[in-house]
Design a protein around this ligand. Structure first.
Ligand code: NAP
Length: 469
C-alpha cells in the first residue's frame, strides 16, 4: 500500500506498527521449520520480484529478509512509526475525519484509514483448564522460545495445524520424547520442495521474463484448484484425498495410526497442509500421537479424560490464531457512532472485503472474505491495494473528499458471497474459516482472477463520492 501511495506521488501518510520491526507474521513466527506453503516466486510482490529465492518454498528467515528489503528499497521506514499500537479508530462527524488513538495516548487526525493487520496475528491458546498451573516451559508456536533447549526434554505439542506440521518433524530430532495431541487430523499432501539451481537463479536475474513465466506457471497451477474448492467439489477426491491416502499408506505403517490420522470431514474444508515429513515422524519410537480428549493441564503435564497422565517438561501450543474477531482488539466506530463490531454482530462482511457502509474513507486490506485456500494472499492484497488507489484517483477526479459504499451494493455483494460459500467445500465442517454461528467471514469463494477483475476493472458505481466541509 505504501509503495503504491508513493508511486502515485502521495507522501503524506504514516504507517503505525505495534512491533519494533517490519515483517508481520514472518517476523513473529520463528518456530523451527517455519516456511511458506505457497511457492515463493508467487508469494512475493509483483512489483519486486526476487530472483534469488533459494528454494521453491522459502523458509521464514529468507521471507523476512525479503520483506525487510522491500521496506528499505522503497524507502518506507521513514513512514513507519514503530512501537505504535492503535487502541481505537473513530470517525469524527464534525470535521469529517478519523481520529486514531494510540495506546500511548497520542491521537492522530487523518482523512483516510487503511487497515492492514492480517487475520493470523493474534495467537490463540486453547480453552483447556489448568494452563497457568504448569511448572515446566510453555509457549505458543508464534512466540517460540528459542532460549529453551529441547534436547533431552519430554515435549508435548497441542494442535496439528499448518504450524505444528512444520515444527514437529524438526523438534522430533531434538526431544527425548514427543507427544502430539491431535483434536482433528488434517489432510496432508507432499510438499514438492527443492532448491533452485544456480542456473535457474542466473536466468531469473538476467532474463527476468523466465522468472515471470515461472511465476505465471505456478499461478495458473494454483488458480485452477479454485474450481475444486468452489464449483466442482468432486475433483477434491482425485486432487486431495487420493494423494493423501497414498502418502499416509507410504509413510505410516500401523493401520491403527493411519485410521487416527484420517480426517472424517470432506477434503479441503479445513486448510490442506503440505509436508513430506510430518506423517513419517510418527514412525519414530520417541514420537507418539495422542487423540483422546484432554481434561486438564496439571503442574507436571497433561491429563486425559480417561485419567492417563503425560508427564512433560514443555508444552508447545500449535493452536492457531484468533481469526474471527476481525480487526480486534481495535474499537472502530464510524458515522453516528456505529461500531464495526456491532455492524458485524451477525458475521464479518465487507464490499469486496474492503469497505463497509458508514465507515467513509476507511479501507481494509485482507478484510472479510478475502482469504484463500488455494493461492497466494499477496495476489489478493495487490488487487485490494489497486482498488484503494482507484478510489483515491476517482476522488481526485471528482474533487470529492469522501468515499462511502452504498448499503444496497454492500448487501447485494455480501449476500452473493455467502450464497457461493454455501456451495463451497468450506461449508462441510468447522474450521477457523467459520465463526461460532457457522458464518464464513474468511474465504473468497472463487478465482483470484475474478476478484482481480472486480477490484481492478469493475465499475465504481457502488460508491458515493462526496465533497464535505
Ligand atoms: P490452525 O491451522 O488453526 O491449527 C490449530 C490446531 O490447534 C488445530 O489442529 C486445532 O484442532 C488445534 N486446536 C485448537 N484449539 C484446540 C484445543 N482447545 N484443544 C486441542 N487442539 C486444539 O493454526 P496454525 O497451524 O497456526 O495455522 C493457522 C493458519 O496460519 C494456517 O491455516 C495458514 O493459513 C497459516 N499458516 C501458514 C503457513 C504457511 O506455510 N504459509 C504456515 C503456518 C500457518 P482442530 O482442527 O480440531 O480445530
Amino acid at each position: 500500500m505504501a509503495v503504491a501511495l508513493r508511486k502515485a506521488g502521495i507522501e503524506d501518510f504514516v504507517i503505525l506498527e505495534k512491533a519494533l520491526d517490519v515483517g508481520g507474521v514472518w517476523r513473529d513466527n520463528r518456530y523451527p521449520g517455519a516456511a511458506c506453503d505457497v511457492p515463493s516466486h508467487l508469494y512475493s510482490f509483483s512489483f519486486h520480484p526476487n530472483p534469488d529465492w533459494s528454494r521453491k518454498f522459502a523458509r521464514q528467515p529468507e521471507i523476512l529478509a525479503y520483506l525487510q528489503d522491500v521496506a528499505s528499497r522503497f524507502d518506507l521506514r521513514r513512514h513507519i512509526r514503530f512501537g505504535a499500537e492503535v487502541r481505537s479508530v473513530a470517525y469524527d462527524e464534525g470535521p469529517s475525519h478519523w481520529q486514531v488513538a494510540l495506546t500511548d495516548g497520542t491521537v492522530l487526525q487523518t482523512q483516510f484509514v487503511v487497515t492492514a493487520m492480517g487475520q493470523l496475528s493474534r495467537p490463540a491458546l486453547p480453552d483447556i483448564p489448568g494452563q497457568e498451573s504448569f511448572t515446566g516451559r510453555a509457549f505458543h508456536s508464534a512466540n517460540w522460545d528459542a532460549s529453551f533447549d529441547l534436547r533431552g526434554k519430554r515435549v508435548a505439542v497441542i494442535g496439528t495445524g499448518a504450524s505444528a506440521i512444520q515444527f514437529v518433524p524438526v523438534i522430533a530430532d531434538q526431544a527425548a520424547s514427543l507427544t502430539v495431541f491431535q483434536r482433528s487430523p488434517a489432510y496432508i499432501l507432499p510438499r514438492a520442495d527443492r532448491a533452485y539451481t544456480r542456473l535457474e537463479r542466473f536466468l531469473c536475474r538476467w532474463m527476468p521474463w523466465t522468472q515471470r513465466l515461472h511465476r505465471l506457471g505456478i499461478y495458473v497451477q494454483y488458480e485452477s484448484r479454485a474450481l475444486a474448492f468452489t464449483r466442482l467439489k468432486g475433483l477434491m477426491k482425485p486432487l486431495g484425498e487420493r494423494p493423501f491416502r497414498k502418502l499416509l499408506g507410504r509413510q505410516v505403517s500401523s493401520p491403527g495410526l493411519r485410521a487416527k490420522m484420517t480426517p472424517d470431514y470432506p477434503v479441503g474444508c479445513k486448510r490442506i497442509l503440505l509436508s513430506s515429513e510430518y506423517l513419517a515422524t510418527f514412525e519414530r519410537p520417541t514420537v507418539r500421537l495422542e487423540t483422546d480428549r484432554i481434561r486438564r493441564i496439571t503442574p507436571t503435564g497433561i491429563e486425559m479424560q480417561d485419567g492417563e497422565h503425560h508427564e512433560v517438561d514443555a508444552i508447545i501450543y500449535g493452536t492457531g490464531f484468533a481469526t474471527q474477531e476481525f480487526l480486534a482488539p481495535l474499537a472502530i466506530t464510524g458515522r453516528r457512532g456505529t461500531s464495526l463490531s456491532e455492524a458485524w454482530a451477525r458475521g464479518a462482511k465487507a464490499y469486496l472485503g474492503i469497505m463497509v457502509p458508514d465507515f467513509p474513507n476507511f479501507f481494509m486490506l485482507y478484510g472479510p472474505n478475502t482469504n484463500l485456500g488455494h493461492n497466494s494472499i499477496i495476489y489478493m492484497l495487490e488487487s485490494q491495494i489497486a482498488h484503494v488507489m482507484r478510489c483515491l484517483k476517482q476522488m481526485d477526479r471528482s474533487q470529492a473528499t469522501h468515499v462511502d459504499v452504498a448499503d444496497s451494493a454492500y448487501q447485494q455483494f455480501t449476500e452473493g458471497v455467502q450464497r457461493d460459500l454455501a456451495r463451497s467445500v468450506w461449508a462441510g465442517c468447522r474450521s477457523w474459516y467459520v465463526d461460532a454461528r457457522g458464518h464464513n467471514g474468511s474465504n473468497w469463494p472463487g478465482f483470484t482472477l475474478s476478484y482481480r477483475w472486480l477490484t481492478r476493472w469493475g465499475r465504481l458505481s457502488a460508491y458515493r463520492f462526496t465533497r464535505q466541509g
